[in-house]
Design a protein around this ligand. Structure first.
Ligand code: G3H
Ligand code: 13P
Ligand code: ZN
Length: 330
């Protein structure tokens, strides 16, 4: 067992308290490889933003959990070397079992998500409470989830029942002891967050998604004032980057995300953690596709991963400064 404190990491408790008070959100960026980690840390150091480094189950399978943990430890030293001791949280994204959360805590994670949203309400409470009891013994913070975030396959917008039900939140928070709560108000994972028929089109023919359910968010805030709320599936799917992908051999059809002005509004509320992964994937893919088309004779991975890393860093700085408002908050 190694404590996250020995690795120089922090849990999310204080960061969230400050973010809720200050009306901004902490960025939660997923990482699977070195270039993503370099982009995240250098962007956060340069903007003086705290950061949550997220590891999904997919990342653990792809990159090996031990390597990822050492990368997070390395990130603490890298930030110092760049000149700023920014607060860094190492967080398990979408943990689905008690055993997985426990194993991450034992490896040095400072925060875990237990996503019991696909279980019954009672089972979600039981599982979340079990994780909280173990995590809190080790000073690790826990994110729970109420309401289901769907992918393109499900009728996320049509089916009201999968939005978070505000009347459940007080009871859930009280019974589980969670430190933060992920809610479902219309966001979803991936680059195709809505079906075209759920959207309208603007004058340029670009898909405009239905707005987030701020009425649900407000009712949740009324019931648990000041409690840290988390938004998953918060990528904006920038159309200029989708265009670069599609004009350089890509085929991303009907991609649509959450408009940034809605995320700015959410960040100013009790939403204090905003998860962004797909936008980073899109930025990297656009840069790599462009590098391949522009320099077809190139075969040194640094020549296309380097531009991808630069594009990613630029995207993260934009999110921090112009969307989440977490710059200069260390
Ligand atoms: O919540 C989903 C994140 O974007 C992680 O995705 O499971 O493909 O790593 P992944
Ligand atoms: P996006 O797919 O919108 O980037 O969401 C990422 C996420 O919620 C990770 O947990
Ligand atoms: Zn998520």
């Amino acid at each position: 067992m190694i404590s996250y404190k020995e690795l120089g990491l922090v849990n999310s408790k204080e960061l969230f308290a400050k973010a809720v008070k200050g009306g901004y959100a902490i960025p939660a960026f997923n990482f699977n490889n070195m270039e993503q980690m370099q982009a995240i840390i250098s962007a956060c150091v340069e903007t003086e933003s705290p950061v949550i480094l997220q590891v999904s189950s997919g990342a653990r399978k792809y990159a090996n959990q031990t390597l990822l943990r050492y990368m997070a430890q390395g990130a603490v030293e890298y930030a110092k070397e760049l000149g700023k001791n920014i607060p860094i949280v190492l967080h398990l994204d979408h943990g689905d079992t008690f055993e997985l959360c426990k194993s991450c805590i034992e490896m040095g994670f400072s925060s875990v998500m237990i996503d019991g949203s696909h279980h019954s309400y009672e089972k979600n409470i039981e599982l979340t409470k079990q994780v909280v009891e173990y995590a809190h013994k080790h000073g690790v913070t826990v994110e729970g989830e109420l309401g289901v975030l769907s992918g393109i396959e499900d009728d996320v917008v049509a089916a009201k029942s999968i939005y978070t039900q505000p009347e459940q939140v007080e009871d859930f928070v009280k019974k589980t002891g969670v430190d933060s709560l992920a809610i479902s108000i219309g966001t979803s994972h991936g680059a195709n967050k809505f079906k075209p028929e759920q959207c309208t089109r603007n004058e340029k023919g670009v898909l405009v998604p239905p707005p987030l359910r701020f009425d649900i968010l407000e009712e949740i805030e009324r019931r648990i004032p000041g409690f840290p709320i988390v938004l998953h599936g918060a990528s904006s799917v920038p159309m200029d980057l989708i265009d670069v992908i599609n004009t350089h051999g890509g085929k991303m059809k009907d991609a649509v995300g959450i408009p940034e002005e809605q995320l700015r509004r959410a960040a100013a509320s009790a939403v204090c953690k905003i998860n962004i992964d797909s936008d980073g994937r899109i930025a990297m893919t656009a840069a790599i596709r462009k590098a391949f088309v522009d320099n077809p004779g190139e075969f040194d991975p640094r020549k296309y991963l380097g531009p991808a890393r630069d594009a990613l860093k630029q995207l993260y700085k934009h999110k921090i400064v112009n969307v989440l408002g977490s710059a200069n908050r260390i």
